[in-house]
Design a protein around this ligand. Structure first.
Ligand code: SF4
Ligand code: SF4
Length: 142
């Protein structure tokens, strides 16, 4: 994890992700979120404590790609974002505030980097629609 990269005022994952242990569906802001952070930070569920988006993990991604600035959360996931797919690691870029975020330079360059330099399937997800960016790596349908 890059030592000088922090979430700052971003709380996008507290809205975008499903947190089963809290009965929190994806897309609904967690009721523990204060607007600037987690209201139960010391006691937050382990799944929250362990989870970081790829912007937090990869120093090469630009500051402009922080999810609250870019509108896209990139994450490493264990299952493709399509129904009934088998477990398989993949990269998912989720538009958190509309599909137009995918057209911004920082998202375009990040998708291109994950396709060019990675070996995993890369998915775009917006409003429940999932599109595989690199169809040659379609492990969800193998
Ligand atoms: S989406 Fe990433 S940067 Fe934003 S709060 Fe979650 S882990 Fe931090
Ligand atoms: S418990 Fe805290 S860290 Fe976890 S989703 Fe809710 S506000 Fe975010």
């Amino acid at each position: 994890m890059p030592p000088d990269r922090s979430c700052g005022s971003c709380t996008q994952c507290c809205q975008a992700l499903e947190i089963q242990i809290l009965d929190k569906p994806a897309g609904i802001l967690c009721h523990h979120n204060t607007g600037t952070g987690c209201g139960i930070y010391p006691e937050r569920p382990e799944v929250c404590a362990r989870w970081y988006c790829l912007w937090r993990r990869i120093e090469a991604l630009p500051a402009a790609l922080r999810p609250d600035r870019s509108g896209v959360i990139f994450s490493l996931e264990s299952r493709p974002p399509v129904a009934d797919s088998p477990d398989a690691a993949c990269i998912v870029g989720r538009a958190v505030d509309g599909i137009q975020a995918f057209d911004r330079w920082e998202a375009v360059e990040a998708f291109a980097m994950f396709v060019r330099e990675g070996s995993l399937p890369v998915w775009k997800v917006s409003d429940g629609d999932a599109t595989l960016v690199n169809p040659g790596l379609d492990t969800a349908r193998q």
